[in-house]
Design a protein around this ligand. Structure first.
Ligand code: HGY
Ligand code: MN
Ligand code: MN
Length: 412
């Protein structure tokens, strides 16, 4: 049975895990930042060392395809595997990196062993999965594309415009509007990822077979009141935007729990204007991320969030507006690929269980254009999006081997 080179995979993950490491121990590789660019260059150099050519599409997705296939094979719909190498601020070493590096390791092994393929195998490293500018940017560009207006409107976590950051990182903004892949060009996609939750660890199982991925929505809610002197303005006449935003945020947990046991609502970013300790905030902006695995409940949740913000704004004599991204729909994953993952785990003596993903992934976009599967490996303590995020090297190796088996099965 062909296996991955575990030492090489671990060394790659450790090397990539040093790029963008901050003093606090987390990784800061926001998309298109200097550290993200360095990580991309590192990835491309690892591909070059393996004799694999990297193509970069209009939005910055890196695509690496199997060399040495006949023209006939190259013309067939491809099997894609990959993930992302950008991180959240102060993120962990495995989220995305595992799937991106493991897919490269699989392609290297296929190439080294000269496995005869019936279809091309390509590795995809998607841009801005973590939504510095827009959640699942790279895969959204592939499956639905972006207009120039949409790209112009994108603002990052630090307030920078996508167009400026993207061009400074070497991107061509016109090319970023021409990224959709031709329908029928993919045979299947499969992504390896850490679970980012506690389920597999609690069960003591090594492999997760992902049945579906949660829906994700949200964006920015802006409360607009009036900035005034913090000393001289009596409480009764204030139109304090931050007080209203605070009341709104306090209601968010119950908006989630009253919708379903799986619904979640998060505010991860707050900003105020004019931002001075002695000025009543005139504007307060809060980000809202809401999720549920059910498409109808996503609509209910969004309606509740908007209605609640409106009624709190009215109570506080403020205006409120919403700049929400297009909702990313919950996605069931392909049953046949789930069966393949199950069989491949079993053949390697690994215990697998089915679970759904409460985190978002580019695979939920790719599932719109091709049969798609995901393999999870356990997260220690269920932690993720934090510096403590970790997975044992044994689990990394197991997951990568099941990925290799599944890619080969799909492509031969
Ligand atoms: O936010 C998410 O669920 C993913 O990690 N991008
Ligand atoms: Mn993530
Ligand atoms: Mn991820």
């Amino acid at each position: 049975m062909l296996s991955i080179d575990a030492d090489r995979l671990v060394a790659d993950l450790q090397e990539l895990g040093q790029i963008g490491r901050s003093k606090g121990g987390g990784l800061d590789r926001s998309s298109f930042s200097t550290a993200d660019t360095e990580a991309r260059q590192w990835y491309m150099s690892r591909c070059a060392e393996a004799g694999l050519a990297v193509k970069i599409d209009g939005i910055g997705n890196m695509i690496v395809c199997s060399p040495n296939v006949s023209a006939e094979v190259a013309s067939r719909p491809a099997v894609w595997s990959g993930s992302h190498i950008d991180t959240v601020p102060s993120g962990g070493q495995f989220d995305g990196a595992l799937g991106a590096v493991a897919a490269l390791e699989c392609l290297r092994r296929i190439h080294e062993e000269g496995i005869a393929l019936n279809r091309p195998v390509c590795v995809a490293v998607y841009s801005d999965e973590e939504g510095n500018f827009s959640s699942l940017l790279g895969s959204s560009a592939l499956v639905r594309g972006y207009s120039r207006d949409e790209l112009d409107a994108m603002i990052g976590r630090d307030g920078d415009h996508f167009v400026d950051t993207f061009e400074a990182a070497g991107g061509d903004i016109d090319a970023a509007t021409r990224t959709r892949i031709a329908s029928g060009s993919l045979h299947a996609t499969v992504e390896l990822h850490i679970e980012q939750g506690p389920f597999l660890e609690q069960l003591g199982h090594q492999i997760g077979i992902v049945t579906g991925i949660v829906g994700m929505g949200g964006g920015v809610v802006t409360f607009r009141g009036r900035s005034d002197h913090a000393g001289t303005t009596p409480m009764a006449v204030r139109r304090d935007a931050l007080v209203a935003a605070g009341a709104f945020l306090a209601s968010c947990p119950s908006l989630a729990t009253s919708t379903s046991s799986r619904a979640v609502v998060t505010c991860g970013l707050i900003s105020v204007e004019p931002a001075s300790a002695n000025v009543v905030p005139g504007v307060a902006r809060v980000t809202i991320d809401f999720r549920d695995p059910d498409a109808d409940r996503m609509v209910t949740l969004e309606t509740k969030i908007i209605d609640t913000a409106r009624s709190i704004a009215e109570e506080h004599h403020l205006d409120v507006d919403f700049d929400f991204e297009r909702t990313i729909q919950p996605a069931p994953l392909d049953a046949k690929i789930q069966g393949m993952i199950e069989g491949n785990a079993k053949a390697r003596g690994l215990v697998a269980s089915r679970l759904s993903s409460a985190a978002g992934h580019d695979s939920q976009n790719m599932a719109l254009v091709a049969p798609t599967g995901m393999i999870f490996v356990p997260s220690i303590g269920g932690r993720s999006h934090c510096p403590e995020e970790s997975t044992s090297w044994a689990d990394v190796e197991n997951g990568a081997n099941v990925l290799l088996d599944t890619i080969i099965q799909l492509a031969t």
